[in-house]
Ligand binder design. Sequence first.
Ligand SMILES: [Zn+2]
Length: 87
Amino acid sequence: MYASRLVEIGPAEQVFADPWHPYTAGLLGALPDRGFTPVPGHPPELTALPSGCGFEQRRPSLHTCEADPALVWSGERAVACAPVRAS
Ligand SMILES: [Zn+2]
């Protein structure tokens, strides 16, 4: 979840091995054994949530999304507002 919206769903081993949403990838990259790199930027103000998933404001170079992105399913996995890759 990011900014109170579901952004990615899937079996843990698949999501950890190959995150589809840039926020998921950012969280995993912040783990000590994966580089300990914080997600840049700051979370949105939760009392004034932006349109879309809200992550676009943190990483506009990596991410664009629509006003109300729906989860797009591919097999056992779903992701909002990010390209779905073949699994
Ligand atoms: Zn988004």
